[in-house]
Design a protein around this ligand. Structure first.
Ligand SMILES: [Zn+2]
Length: 81
């Protein structure tokens, strides 16, 4: 079963009501939901970074023409001098 609490030390399957591993006595019981929470946060991080990347590219595309025009202006002014 996937939704199984396991010992962090010996990976022994323990029930959710147990606080101590019956095999090695360790109190480090891993929650089965940690992996799912990690996956959900990883998906959210991917989506957010993708959105931020799109916004950055859009802003960068808007700023690029002004930089080119500034260079053009400088080149034209240097030609006139
Ligand atoms: Zn254990």
């Amino acid at each position: 079963m996937i939704y199984q609490y396991r010992c962090a030390c010996c990976s022994e399957a323990v029930t959710s009501t147990e606080k101590v591993c019956p095999k090695c006595g360790s109190q480090h019981i891993k929650s089965p939901y940690g992996l799912w929470v990690f996956c959900i946060f990883a998906c959210l991080f991917t989506v957010i970074s993708f959105k931020v990347g799109n916004i950055y590219i859009q802003n960068h595309n808007i700023e690029t023409p002004s930089q080119v025009s500034l260079l053009d202006v400088l080149q034209q002014s240097s030609k006139t001098d």
